[in-house]
Ligand binder design. Structure first.
Ligand SMILES: [Zn+2]
Length: 169
């Protein structure tokens, strides 16, 4: 099982396919970074999107960047997304992971090129909702151990079902 992330129209790579285990790692490291730096409603929604990523939607967690609810303020939103990826690439919070992710830097570098080459288009509406509205406060409650948002499904780093086996990192 695998998940494919798309950046249709990007001048960088157009897709990134990750195994389920690698997808867990990908969202783990993005969540650790995003929850540390998100300040605006849109930014918090993006961090929550990562925190909730690949939880119930096992093997179907891929998405196109065009599915995110970009607004007319998309230049700032895109630059935040790049900053989030850059923060993850600094291994922010990786000491909290119960595994060592040797390939995560590669996914992050590939995904950064996808996002960097992508030109968002403001969405009329999105299945992801309106990210200009603040998320529900309970979704932003943080895990005492991992300091990340609990999101819809509880802390992803506390979820023993989720943490990848050593062989699939
Ligand atoms: Zn936790």
């Amino acid at each position: 099982m695998a998940n494919t992330f798309f950046a249709e129209g990007s001048t960088g790579p157009g897709r990134l396919t990750l195994s389920n285990g690698a997808t867990d790692v990908f969202f783990d490291v993005l969540t650790l970074a995003g929850c540390a730096i998100a300040e605006t409603p849109w930014q918090r929604h993006l961090a929550l999107f990562c925190a909730d990523g690949h939880r119930l939607d096992r093997g179907c967690a891929g998405f196109d960047l065009g599915e995110l609810p970009w607004t007319p303020d998309w230049p700032a939103e895109k630059s935040f997304f790049l900053r989030l990826i850059d923060m993850a690439a600094t291994r922010h919070g990786w000491d909290l992971l119960r595994y060592e992710p040797p390939y995560a830097s590669n996914y992050l570098a590939a995904y950064r090129r996808m996002v960097d080459g992508y030109r968002p288009v403001p969405a009329e509406s999105s299945e992801a909702g309106d990210w200009r509205e603040p998320p529900a406060p309970e979704l932003l409650e943080r895990c005492d151990t991992h300091h990340i948002y609990q999101g819809q499904f509880g802390c992803r780093l506390c979820d023993p079902e989720l943490q990848p086996e050593p062989s699939t990192r």
